[in-house]
Ligand binder design. Structure first.
Ligand code: HEM
Length: 463
């Protein structure tokens, strides 16, 4: 027996909430996946071992040390598959970067990484602000008419357009509604399945209602993606954007190109991961600053002083310090990826607690970002938490909106650049306000959406 095995045996398992021996906690998770996790952490602490259903068990870990151990120090023991959420995502995302593992993931990550280097992203700045400005010109009319807009939809369309133009050199504006609707439905279906016992079986039954619905939505997206690929294959050269990289890539050993399905999986993954998350961040940001006149005034002061009425550029980003702090604070309170899942393989010791082999593990940036030990008065929206001085002593894994370790988000610089530029461009011209009596509620699906959408009223600042 190894010394590691001995030390595991001597460690306690994390506390376990009482649960019905048959139905476990499944119903509670299905009703409120995030709310129930929060309840468990407040009652039992940062490590929990719970019965999900019958003899299916899971762990929740939320302390920064736990996050660091799972995502970085011992990451080889924690993969995406066969975690149920990734199995449920497979029909949609296939072997794209988000759901892939092992050597195949590493090869694809190395191939895609250069497209996300800072130098590349810097070249996207102008496209990001131009797409935003075009939309703002339409908003000017809505502002004059005192109209409420579906702000979450506006942001989804904008970020999809930006991903399309920057990574695939494609105009996705006409497809935005179709893509948006399909993603929204899939988002709900996936989380409903992930919190349903037996979903791994029912998803294999083609005529099961949720399986059929999901297959229908995926077929609609596939038609769009395969048409994009076909159009590019007919062009004289594959192009020097990310789609071009995928189409011209050959395997290092065999020299054989990537098959159509792998290209499709990467494109669909980047479309989903690359627009939905940033759109939600921007949605929550403008909702929240509309409620904090002091934060809004400081943001306006900075963008007016630095930009003096012109559009922001990449060179302005280091000077838009407060704007970035507002982005960081929004990501703290509303991390679009509010939960991160892993399948543990070997037994392990995490923060002093023993875990069993083949463990199903959930981390939650949303809950970690509210631990009072690291975030005093955690519910308050305070961008000053992210000044250099105030961030200096915080453990790295107390803040993980983009995950961490080797599987950390490939698009984090892309997204932060986009968020600062879009925020500054909008804040220069408009204020957004919630209509009277509207209170945003969370709808935790695969991402953290606002329940029923986010209606906001547009006001021109110059008015
Ligand atoms: C606010 C914006 C974003 C947030 C909060 C976010 C969050 C995350 C998180 C938490 C992960 C790690 C998931 C895990 O460990 O299981 C991740 C992975 C990933 N993200 Fe993002 N993301 C954002 C924007 C983007 C953008 C703009 C892109 C692409 C254009 C992107 C593409 C990806 C991809 C491909 C992965 C998988 C990386 C891998 O496993 O190698 N994300 N993201």
């Amino acid at each position: 027996m190894t010394s590691a095995a001995v030390s595991i045996e001597r460690r306690p398992a994390p506390p376990t909430p009482k649960a019905n021996p048959i139905f476990g906690t499944a119903r509670r998770f299905r009703r409120a996946p995030l709310g129930y996790m929060q309840e468990l952490v407040s009652e039992f602490g940062p490590a929990i071992h719970y019965r999900f259903f019958l003899n299916l068990w899971g762990y929740i870990f939320v302390h920064p040390q736990h996050n660091e151990h799972i995502l970085q120090d011992n990451h080889k023991n924690y993969t995406k598959l066969p975690h149920p959420i990734f199995q449920i995502l497979l029909p949609l995302a296939g072997k794209g970067l988000l759901t892939n593992d092992g050597q195949s993931w590493l090869r694809q990550r190395r191939l895609l990484q250069p497209a996300f280097h800072r130098k590349q992203i810097n070249g996207f700045g102008q496209m990001m602000t131009a797409a935003t400005e075009k939309r703002l010109n339409r908003w000017a009319r809505a502002a004059r008419a005192g109209e409420v807009v579906a702000f979450d939809q506006e942001m989804m369309e904008l970020t999809l357009e930006i991903v399309g133009r920057t990574l695939f050199n494609m105009d996705l504006t006409n497809a935005a509604h179709k893509v948006g609707d399909a993603f929204s439905e899939l988002n709900e279906l996936i989380i409903a399945q992930a919190t349903t016992p037996f979903s791994l079986y029912t998803m294999r039954i083609p005529f099961w209602p949720s399986t059929r619905k999901m297959a229908h939505d995926i077929r609609a997206l596939d038609r769009l993606i395969y048409a994009m690929i076909a159009q590019r294959r007919q062009a004289d050269s594959p192009g020097d954007d990310l789609m071009g990289t995928l189409l011209s890539a050959g395997d290092e050993e065999t020299g054989i190109g990537m098959d159509e399905k792998q290209v499709r999986d990467e494109l669909i993954t980047l479309m989903i991961a690359g627009h939905e998350t940033t759109a939600l961040l921007l949605t929550w940001l403008f909702y929240r600053i509309g409620k904090h006149p002091d934060v809004e005034a400081q943001l306006h002061d900075e963008v007016d002083r630095i930009l003096n009425g012109r559009l922001p550029t990449i060179e302005d980003i280091p000077k838009l310090v407060y704007t970035r702090q507002v982005v960081d604070e929004t990501l703290r309170l509303y991390p679009p990826a509010y939960a991160i899942s892993r399948a543990g393989h070997e037994a392990d010791v995490i923060g002093g607690y023993a875990t069993s082999p083949n463990a199903i593990i959930t981390l939650s940036p949303y809950i970690t970002h509210r631990l009072p030990e690291f975030w005093p008065q955690p519910q308050e929206f305070d961008p000053q938490r992210f000044t250099l001085t105030n961030s200096a002593d915080r453990p790295r894994f107390a803040y993980l909106p983009f995950g961490g370790g080797p599987r950390q988000c490939i698009g984090n610089s892309f997204s932060l650049t986009e968020s600062v530029l879009v925020t500054a461009t909008i804040a220069q011209r408009f204020r957004l306000r919630s209509p009277a009596a509207y209170i945003a509620e969370l709808s935790p699906q695969v991402t953290l959406r606002p329940k029923g959408g986010m209606p906001l009223l547009i006001e021109a600042r110059s008015a």
